[in-house]
Write a protein that binds this ligand. Structure first.
Ligand code: OAD
Length: 233
């Protein structure tokens, strides 16, 4: 590994799999029994708000029954100890990175424990069920929806992410299939700007060819070992 100071870690559903949260592209291409298009698009929300709200209510409630695993804890350890720049960009909408203690963290696809207003764009912390038509505390509109970035919508904080990716020396991807853009393109951007790139995943992904190195195995083993290596430098 060349000398490194600035690190970006991109995480996906695979980092939370060992905590018991289902990945998106599981057996049969279903997410918790639903086609992703039926619960993760603006059209689905408009067509059947009860179904979509209920789906995320169940996912939100399920967070109470899961805990961070060794991969989340290792990334939080890196966050606490790393003197250089670090940004953990997660595609996950669970809160396991922050519960593990990570702070230099950004949720590009939204968060289960948050609601967003379809009228004013405001966001607020949300713990309970979120029925369609719930009122926004900022603008008063009965327009709160799950704070999830659906297909066709712009992920959060893209400018900040792109600046971090362009400025990093080491880009690491953990537990993501490389199927969903723009996140799937970050590795190409990092390479273009001269970063070393490393993939940690259970199996080869759609993006594996873009990485300098791919290590295959469960995140709960690969991530702590990699963090040990980085902190030992
Ligand atoms: P996917 O379900 O597409 O991919 C999960 C990846 O994790 C796969 O490559 C698995 O092989 C790998 N994996 C599974 N278990 C693992 C383990 N224990 N350790 C390491 N890797 C493991 O999930 P994402 O790539 O995160 O978007 O999906 C990207 C986006 O698609 C999601 O954020 C979501 C979805 O539609 C939105 O919600 C907008």
């Amino acid at each position: 590994m060349a000398d490194i100071r600035n690190i970006v870690v991109l995480t996906g559903a695979g980092v939370s799999a060992e905590s018991g949260i289902a990945t998106f592209r599981g057996p049969g291409g279903l997410w918790e029994g639903h086609r992703v298009e039926d619960v993760c698009t603006p059209e689905a929300l408009a067509r059947d708000p009860e179904l979509v709200h209920r789906f995320y209510d169940l996912r939100r409630a399920a967070l109470a029954g899961v805990v961070p695993n060794a991969a989340h804890l290792a990334l939080a350890r890196l966050d606490a100890a790393w003197a250089g720049e670090l940004l953990i960009v997660t595609q996950n909408v669970d809160d396991l990175h922050e519960r593990a203690g990570a702070t230099r963290l950004l949720h590009m696809h939204g968060e289960l424990r948050s609601a967003s207003c379809a009228s004013c764009g405001g966001r607020e912390a949300w713990e309970d069920e979120l029925p369609p038509g719930s009122g926004c505390t900022l603008c008063g509109a009965a327009a709160l929806r799950p704070d999830i970035v659906f297909f066709g919508e712009m992920p959060y904080q893209m400018e900040r992410i792109e600046a971090a990716v362009a400025g990093c020396d080491l880009f690491v991807s953990v537990g993501t299939s490389g199927a969903v853009y723009p996140a799937a393109g970050f590795v190409q951007m990092a390479r273009y700007h001269g970063a070393t790139t490393l993939e940690l995943n259970l199996e080869q992904s759609a993006g594996s060819a873009w990485f300098d190195t791919t290590r295959l195995g469960p995140a709960g083993e690969l991530v702590p070992a990699w963090v040990d290596e980085v902190l030992a430098r």
